[in-house]
Write a protein that binds this ligand. Structure first.
Ligand SMILES: [Zn+2]
Length: 267
C-alpha cells in the first residue's frame, strides 16, 4: 500500500503546500497521513484578536482550530489525522516562544520518538515537511522540520523525503497580480522571498483539486492568513492552488531529476 505522510506544525498548514496532493493521492487510493504537531493556541481568536489581547482564550482558539482542522481534513479526504498535541509557540519574537510547553521547547528526543512511532506504524514511502527555515522562520515549523528529519533518519522508513516549497516566480507573480488589482499587500516583497525556482524538483499538478483546497482554506476561516489568501483575486488564487512544489531531499529509488509525482519510482 502506498502511503503519504506530511508533518505539519499547526492546524491550517496542511492546506496550501500539501492539500492538493493529499486530495489527489487519496483519490488514487493512497493512504494519506497528516501529522499536526500543535493545537494552534497562538492563532487568531474571534474577530482576529491576537494572543495576549483581551478576548483571546488559548483553550477556545485551540478548540476552534482543531474543529476547523477536522473539517479541512474532510475536504482534503485525508485518511488519517494524527495530533501530537503540543502547544503552539507563536511567531518568532512573540512572548509564547519561551514557554516551556511550547513545541519549539519540547523535549526533542521525545518528539522524534512520537513521529518515529507513527512512521513505524504507517510505513510511509513518501514523507513531506518544511525546509530548515520552516519555509518562513516560524519556530514550530523549524521544530517540525527537525523532528521529521530526525525521525526519518532514525527509522530509515521513507523512501523519498521532501520539503514543501513556494517558487519565487509564483510569489512574485501573485504579488504583482495583487498590486495590479489595486490591492495593497501591506508589505514590500523582498527579492529573495520564496524558494529559488531552480531548487524545485517536483511539481504536482493540483488544478483539479483547487476547489477542495479552497474549501479547506475556508474551513480555517477564523485565521487571518486564510482570510488574506481568500481575499486574493480569483486568478491569483488559481495560480496559487493549481500546483504544489517540492524539493526532493533524498530518494532511495530511481526517480527523474524533475518529476510530477511524489511516488515516481515507487509504483
Ligand atoms: Zn504554521
Amino acid at each position: 500500500m502506498l502511503t503519504l505522510m506530511a508533518v505539519h506544525a499547526h492546524p491550517d498548514d496542511e492546506v496550501m503546500g500539501t492539500g492538493g496532493s493529499f486530495a489527489k493521492y487519496a483519490a488514487e487510493g493512497v493512504r494519506t497521513v497528516l501529522v499536526t504537531c500543535t493545537n494552534g493556541e497562538q492563532g487568531d481568536g474571534p474577530g482576529g484578536v491576537k494572543p495576549g489581547e483581551p478576548g483571546h482564550s488559548e483553550d477556545e482558539v485551540a478548540k476552534q482550530r482543531l474543529a476547523e482542522l477536522a473539517e479541512s481534513v474532510g475536504h482534503l479526504t485525508i485518511t488519517h489525522l494524527e495530533l501530537l498535541g503540543y502547544h503552539d509557540s507563536g511567531m518568532d519574537g512573540w512572548a509564547g516562544n519561551h514557554r516551556p510547553e511550547a513545541f519549539a521547547n519540547a523535549d526533542f528526543d521525545q518528539a522524534v520518538a512520537k513521529v518515529a512511532a507513527l512512521m513505524e506504524h504507517y510505513r510511509p514511502q513518501v514523507v513531506v515537511t518544511y525546509d530548515a527555515n520552516g519555509n518562513y522562520g516560524h519556530p514550530d515549523h523549524i521544530q517540525a522540520h527537525r523532528v521529521a528529519v530526525a525521525a526519518a533518519e532514525a527509522t530509515g522508513i521513507p523512501a523519498k523525503f521532501y520539503y514543501t516549497a513556494v517558487p519565487r516566480r509564483i510569489i512574485q507573480a501573485s504579488y504583482a497580480a495583487m498590486k495590479e488589482q489595486g490591492m495593497d499587500p501591506g508589505w514590500d516583497l523582498p527579492d529573495d522571498f520564496g524558494t529559488p525556482d531552480e531548487l524545485i524538483t517536483t511539481v504536482v499538478d493540483t488544478h483539479e483539486q483547487a476547489d477542495v483546497k479552497l474549501a479547506a482554506l475556508r474551513a480555517h476561516g477564523s485565521q487571518g492568513d486564510s482570510i488574506s489568501l481568500l481575499s486574493m483575486p480569483p486568478e491569483t488564487q488559481r495560480l496559487a492552488m493549481s500546483a504544489e512544489h517540492f524539493i526532493r531531499v533524498f530518494s532511495k529509488v530511481a526517480a527523474p531529476d524533475h518529476e510530477d509525482d511524489l511516488f515516481a519510482g515507487l509504483r
